[in-house]
Ligand binder design. Structure first.
Ligand SMILES: NC(=O)c1ccc[n+]([C@@H]2O[C@H](COP(=O)([O-])OP(=O)(O)OC[C@H]3O[C@@H](n4cnc5c(N)ncnc54)[C@H](OP(=O)(O)O)[C@@H]3O)[C@@H](O)[C@H]2O)c1
Length: 349
């Protein structure tokens, strides 16, 4: 593990006014992350806006090429194009970058890290000495926190996953649009569609990322490619198929996950493994029909797991394991800000 000489880094947050940026501030405060100086950066639109952090008022500054002088840790969440342009500048200036965008996730030499899964990937990176670490896609993180311990126990051979993704995954503007549309529809008015091209309130649709020639959208491709990078696997070893859907939930994603395992694993064994897994909580009360919901997960750190059951579509000749589970996780926290801060904590040790 990396050994940093810096106990309380100078920290910059790029995109501090956004949905993830605001969550960064909450997570840093809640986890008592040691910070010497804090710099909050956003676009020219937000310059001068005031933010309170640990009882002190900070003014938002405009992100420029000179923003990273003296910065040891830069947490980026301002979109892929900003990361592409400014993360290398920050790294060159000596800041270690943890980037929430997709800009560097698949780049060779850039670690893609879920601390519960592959903390060893940050080895050799030291705070204040540059370097870029990528935070995986929110749906990938929320899937891998519970699935990795099952993979370690019984060797996952195939994953079929369907997501139910909240508005918060689309940023602050998407959340505001869902609120506004809900009011408009209830008032009998036509819904305002600025962020998404179609009605979101009282509706759901295939994930709004671009669809490729093979029919898969970018979010689905990210789940496949990023899982392989994090696990060090390949399609030959682990087949992964994803369907990503936006649902009119304000915050926290849900996922239905079907697993084919090399070794048999009964639902109660899987629950026992998950009970002891870091970052996982179980809500699995079949009698009361009580399983994880986005509201259970909203604002929480853990990924909630339930509906752990055998996949009964397998016939008796199948000798491996086959399970279904349903999970919910807050993608602003574990899917973004919390995971990035946990990565930074690895560098403090
Ligand atoms: N939402 C999620 O759950 C989630 C999860 C994982 C990763 N991410 C990634 O995190 C990033 C931010 O997402 P978000 O949901 O927080 O979006 P958001 O709510 O729309 O916030 C965007 C942030 O970027 C800033 N920004 C935009 N243009 C800028 C510029 N030219 N210079 C400096 N700052 C600029 C905005 O500042 P102004 O307020 O000044 O415009 C704002 O602080 C994206 O790359 C997204 O893919 C999001």
């Amino acid at each position: 593990m990396s050994q940093s000489q810096i106990n309380a880094p100078n920290v910059a947050i790029v995109g501090a006014t956004g949905a993830v940026g605001q969550e960064f501030l909450a997570v840093l405060a809640q986890r008592n992350f040691p910070i010497d100086k804090l710099k909050l950066l956003a676009s020219a639109r937000s310059v001068g806006a005031q933010v309170t952090f640990r009882g002190q008022t900070h003014k938002i500054e405009q992100l420029t090429q000179d923003s990273f002088e003296g910065i040891d840790l830069a947490l980026f969440s301002a979109g892929g194009s900003i990361s592409k342009q400014f993360a290398p500048i920050a790294s060159e200036a000596g800041a270690t970058v943890v980037d929430n965008s997709s800009a560097f996730r698949m780049a060779e030499g850039v670690p893609l890290v879920v601390p519960e899964v592959n903390p060893e990937a940050v080895q050799g990176i030291e705070l204040g000495k540059g370097g870029i670490i990528a935070n995986p896609n929110c749906s990938t993180i929320i899937m891998l926190v519970p699935v990795t311990p099952l993979h370690r126990a019984a060797n996952v051979q195939r994953i079929v996953v369907s997501t139910y993704q909240a508005a918060s995954g689309g940023g602050a503007a998407a959340m505001a649009e869902l609120q506004q549309q809900t009011r408009e529809v209830l008032d009998g008015k036509p819904p305002t569609c600025n962020v998404f091209p179609q009605q979101y309130a009282f509706n759901l649709f295939s994930h709004n990322s671009a669809v490729g020639q093979d029919g898969y959208n970018l979010e689905e491709i990210k789940m496949v490619q990023e899982t392989h990078k994090i696990w060090g696997s390949s399609t030959e070893k682990v087949g992964i198929s994803a369907t990503c859907v936006r649902v009119p939930v304000m915050r926290a994603h849900a996922e239905s996950i079907n697993l084919t395992l090399e070794k048999p694993l009964e639902p109660d064994q899987a629950i026992e493994i998950l009970r002891n897994a870091p970052g996982v909580s179980i809500i699995d009360d079949a009698q009361a029909n009580r399983f994880p919901t986005p509201l259970d997960a909203a604002g929480k750190d853990d990924v909630y797991v339930g509906r752990v059951r055998r996949d009964t579509s397998r016939n008796d000749s199948f000798t491996g394991g086959a399970l279904n589970l349903f999970v919910c996780g807050d993608q602003l926290r574990k899917g973004a800000a919390l995971n990035a801060v946990q990565i930074a904590e690895l560098l403090l040790r």
